[in-house]
Design a protein around this ligand. Structure first.
Ligand SMILES: Cc1cc2nc3c(=O)[nH]c(=O)nc-3n(C[C@H](O)[C@H](O)[C@H](O)COP(=O)(O)OP(=O)(O)OC[C@H]3O[C@@H](n4cnc5c(N)ncnc54)[C@H](O)[C@@H]3O)c2cc1C
Ligand SMILES: *[C@@H]1O[C@H](CO)[C@@H](O)[C@H](O)[C@H]1NC(C)=O
Ligand SMILES: *[C@@H]1O[C@H](CO)[C@@H](O)[C@H](O)[C@H]1NC(C)=O
Ligand SMILES: *[C@@H]1O[C@H](CO)[C@@H](O)[C@H](O)[C@H]1NC(C)=O
Ligand SMILES: *[C@@H]1O[C@H](CO)[C@@H](O)[C@H](O)[C@H]1NC(C)=O
Ligand SMILES: *[C@@H]1O[C@H](CO)[C@@H](O)[C@H](O)[C@H]1NC(C)=O
Ligand SMILES: *[C@@H]1O[C@H](CO)[C@@H](O)[C@H](O)[C@H]1NC(C)=O
Ligand SMILES: *[C@@H]1O[C@H](CO)[C@@H](O)[C@H](O)[C@H]1NC(C)=O
Ligand SMILES: *[C@@H]1O[C@H](CO)[C@@H](O)[C@H](O)[C@H]1NC(C)=O
Ligand SMILES: *[C@@H]1O[C@H](CO)[C@@H](O)[C@H](O)[C@H]1NC(C)=O
Length: 769
């Protein structure tokens, strides 16, 4: 065939370069590459190199990946950035396998096959699926060639990519003839930075998996480091300062125990030393996390340092955990929430004293503005008009927690004095006043240190203490309160959980060597049994409603001037409350005869609107319908090879009875719309049925961030923790957070989690030491 390679030195485009390589992690194997995804064809190119030599020649190899949509018949690159006198590497899929070729061109002819490079395809991460082909490989003898080379220590070189919409002539043959690429481009690449340690590189190069970014410094740098002190042993190490951890740590320290609370994140509210604030708050010590009215801006602020970057659902990684970034909706638990029918052991059903203790420390309020007035309540009035004809009663919800059928009332919160309150403003403050309590921020716990069933301390990333280790006193205990994802991951990294998860840890060059020997692995159903409320939004308009500009401006440039001034003067007004205004509950039947409950939350504004018809943006409001008590669906969470935590099996509406019940609840709401003059449902609009809407709903947007159950409490052989929250087959490891909760409560869960922590602390203190 005719060769139409248009060669000639491709121009260096310098300033016109749009893209610069960035680091990314391959979710299939944990390899951290530097590279780009080209904007035109969505092909990802990535490279990672062994360490630079300290003397002698630099290594001549790298590990690389190409991830390409099938629409590209082949994709390739020249690391030198030039198509002539260069080593060109290209690949394409053939019968589910990757075929690759190395070429070299000197003039306007088909580049010859070039021998010299030794390419080994790495199987973990190489595949062809229905949309993409993906190739991960080791390329040895690949940094220099006849007449050329790349500088692996260059701070900013300019490699080229190329791809083609025209297939090679004989895809089975690496030496096939092929026409020139149909497109190509350049990008900046910092070769000097794209190196990892020898142990990490060698692990990957030999087919191993696992993250490499958290690699400890190499021995050459540790030998020069100043020796660090051994940390003082304590009675209790509590890992994680969410609602579960703070309350547990406070009750243990109140009982006179020495307690160390370790938190991976930094400060949150102004009271804790937080400083991240909106311009309109300058001059105060109020942060984003203090001001209730900034809740919706958590999801739209590009800074978003508060989300855990290694968990791929929303989780708060700062002091206070989810409690510092959540909507703070606060429901005192009902008796059913702690019943055996809800999966709790009999010994947990007497929750009332603990719930009373919680209420005494942290009273709920449904009028959080400091002047006691309610603001922006148009939505409450409209939704009440929809509910009353359906037989709903108006109640103060937390005055009768057991009353959850056909009731509605004002949204209740654990805000205190017009600011975020929660356990950080209450329980943590009493702890901090005690000499036997210590809080350490920015300290990431990797694993517990374990000899068989005995835990002796925790291993952290803290370089300020010997080996990063915080030890326990003899008879001491570790309590994991790192959340549904965080605590599960610490267990995996400590050799506790299903073997498939621990094997992923084993493959990690940093975490693997810290695992106990395989004979000491403890097989428990960590990660199974999780649930989260499936939630579906309905969006409406009503002429009386003020959508508050959909909360779009509250952080930047700020709320309306009068509202900002009022809040600054006295923590009162619209900004003293998060977005929800009204909540309601209803019991519903389902196709399987099981009763399930629906929670409704109404708020001004909407996350998204889908309708063919025009509507008035200033009048929009949302009712979120959550399926709560009675949910049967369960999912599974876990980690990938990069040790990032994520859902492995989604828990929403897996069970047909769950789906039928939620649809019934949504239809009840939708049908009530007609009874309210001026109220129009705009999502779904009248061209889409509720059934069709639910069937088409993106499952990932059903996430309510209410994850529970990954370290479920229950009987030996079925559960992860026992009746005292102790991890089975350990002597002194406990879990107290959302992850032990067997079944979701009626309402948003952090009220239940806090009562649970009160009770767990009492049970742990009652154990003999
Ligand atoms: C966006 C959002 C909105 C929500 N809205 C509401 C609501 O309005 N009402 C309600 O009741 N619930 C709400 N929730 C849920 C509620 O916040 C959680 O159920 C609750 O925070 C769980 O508490 P926890 O103590 O189990 O764990 P978390 O709150 O997740 O706390 C875990 C803590 O451990 C730390 N940690 C994790 N891993 C490590 C480690 N390896 N080393 C050291 N520290 C670690 C984390 O940084 C975090 O501070 C919401 C959640 C989210 C994410
Ligand atoms: C490396 O490649 C060159 C050609 O670029 C070749 O001459 C040489 O033999 C190769 N070295 C090895 C060890 O394969
Ligand atoms: C195919 O693999 C690519 C690359 O990992 C991924 O982005 C894509 O979602 C996969 N497609 C399907 C249908 O699973
Ligand atoms: C923050 O401001 C409040 C109210 O003015 C004050 O009580 C508190 O001491 C201040 N905290 C800090 C750390 O400045
Ligand atoms: C419930 O009734 C009380 C007393 O009549 C009233 O003040 C309140 O506004 C009502 N609540 C709601 C949410 O409509
Ligand atoms: C430990 O990890 C935390 C959370 O990722 C981080 O903020 C902190 O800087 C790390 N500490 C060290 C010494 O690397
Ligand atoms: C581990 O525990 C066993 C007994 O339970 C003990 O014999 C052994 O010395 C311990 N090992 C270490 C390293 O502490
Ligand atoms: C939209 O609604 C607001 C508030 O009800 C009203 O003031 C405005 O006139 C409406 N705009 C249009 C175009 O109807
Ligand atoms: C559907 O809704 C639109 C917009 O509210 C309205 O104009 C139209 O008349 C409705 N159609 C029917 C069949 O009700
Ligand atoms: C948790 O899930 C596992 C696996 O699905 C199951 O065998 C076990 O019974 C469940 N445990 C509880 C307490 O529900």
């Amino acid at each position: 065939m005719l060769v139409r390679l248009c060669l000639g030195v491709l121009p260096f485009v310098g300033a016109a370069l749009a893209q610069a390589a960035a680091q990314f992690t391959d979710p299939d194997n944990g390899i951290t590459f530097w590279g780009i995804t080209d904007a035109a064809h969505s092909v990802t190119y990535g490279y990672v190199f062994p360490p630079l030599a300290t003397s002698g020649p630099n290594p001549d190899e790298y590990i690389a990946t190409i991830v390409s949509p099938l629409a590209n018949q082949w994709s390739g690159y020249a690391l030198s950035g030039s198509m002539i006198d260069s080593l060109l590497i290209a690949a394409w899929p053939n019968n589910g396998k990757i075929v690759f070729t190395t070429r070299y061109a000197t003039t306007n002819i088909l580049p010859d096959v070039y021998n010299g490079p030794k390419i080994t395809t790495l199987s973990t991460g190489t595949y062809v699926n229905s949309t993409h082909w993906k190739w991960v490989y080791r390329c040895q003898n690949c940094t220099s060639w006849t007449g050329g080379s790349i500088d692996v220590n260059s701070p900013a070189a300019v490699p080229a990519w190329s791809s083609s919409t025209i297939a090679v002539d004989n895809p089975a043959d690496p030496g096939t003839t092929m026409v020139q690429h149909t497109d190509f481009g350049f990008y900046f690449f910092p070769f000097a930075e794209a190196h990892v340690t020898a142990s990490v590189y060698n692990n990957w190069a030999s087919g191993g998996t696992g993250g490499g970014t958290t690699a400890p410094p190499t021995s050459t740098t540790t030998t020069t480091a100043t020796p660090t002190a051994t940390a003082t042993p304590v009675d209790y190490i509590v890992v994680g300062s969410g609602p579960g951890g703070i309350i547990t740590a406070d009750r243990l320290s109140q009982a006179g125990k020495s307690v160390l609370l370790l938190e991976r994140g930094g400060p949150s509210t102004g009271q804790t030393g937080g400083t991240y604030q909106a311009d309109w708050l300058k001059g105060t010590n109020l942060t984003k996390f203090d001001v209730p009215g900034l809740f919706e801006s958590m999801f739209t602020d590009p800074k978003e340092f508060w989300w855990c970057k290694d968990i791929n659902v929303f989780a708060g990684c700062l002091l206070g955990g989810g409690g510092s970034v959540n909507g703070a909706l606060y429901w005192l638990p009902s008796d059913q929430d702690f019943s055996t029918a809800s999966g709790w052991p009999q010994q947990w059903t007497n929750h009332q004293p603990y719930t009373a203790a919680l209420k005494a420390r942290l009273p709920p309020t449904d009028a959080p503005s400091t002047d006691g007035k309610r603001y922006l309540e148009e939505v409450s009035n409209v939704v009440a008009q929809l509910l009353i004809p359906q037989g709903y009663r108006n109640v103060t919800i937390n005055n009768s927690p057991n009353d959850k059928d056909h009731i509605y009332g004002y949204s209740a919160y654990d805000f205190v004095k017009g600011k975020r309150g929660g356990p950080v403003a209450t329980y943590l403050q009493t702890s901090l006043a005690r000499k036997n309590f210590q809080l350490k921020l920015n300290t990431y716990v990797w694993n517990v240190i374990r000899n068989g069933s005995q835990i002796t301390g925790v291993k952290t990333n803290d370089t300020g203490v010997q080996d990063g280790i915080y030890p326990l006193k003899p008879g001491g205990r570790v309590i994991l309160s790192a959340g549904t994802y965080g605590s599960a991951r610490i267990l995996f990294r400590s050799g506790i959980g299903p073997t498939d998860m621990i094997n992923l840890v084993k493959g990690d060059p940093v975490a693997g060597p810290l695992l106990p020997p395989q004979a000491q692995w403890i097989n428990l159903p960590v990660g199974f049994n999780v649930s989260d409320n499936p939630s579906i939004n309905l969006v409406f308009t009503h002429p009386s409603v003020n959508s508050y500009d959909n909360w779009a401006d509250v952080f930047t440039p700020g709320p309306p001037a009068a509202d900002a001034a009022q809040y600054l003067a006295s923590q009162s007004g619209i900004m003293a409350q998060a977005s929800p205004r009204l909540n309601f509950w209803q019991a519903m039947g389902s196709t399987d005869g099981v009763t399930r409950w629906l929670q409704g939350t109404a708020r001004p504004g909407a996350a998204s609107v889908t309708t063919k018809f025009p509507y008035n943006q200033t009048q929009i409001f949302t009712i979120t319908a959550y399926l709560s008590t009675g949910i049967k669906s369960r999912g599974r969470i876990g980690i990938n090879a990069a040790l990032n935590a994520m859902p492995l099996v989604n828990p929403w509406l897996v069970d047909p009875g769950d789906k039928s019940a939620l649809i019934t609840g949504l239809k009840n709401i939708a049908s009530g719309t007609a009874l309210v003059p001026g109220m129009v449902m705009i999502t779904p609009d009248n061209t889409t049925t509720i059934d069709a809407y639910v069937n088409a709903y993106d499952p990932s947007t059903m996430d309510s961030n209410h994850w529970v159950g990954s370290n479920i409490i229950g009987p030996a052989g079925k559960a992860v923790v026992d009746v005292n929250t102790k991890v089975y087959n350990t002597n002194n490891l406990f879990v107290v957070d959302a992850s032990i909760v067997p079944t979701l409560p009626f309402g948003n869960p952090h009220g239940l989690i806090m009562s649970m922590a009160e009770q767990a602390a009492a049970k742990i203190l009652a154990l003999a030491t």
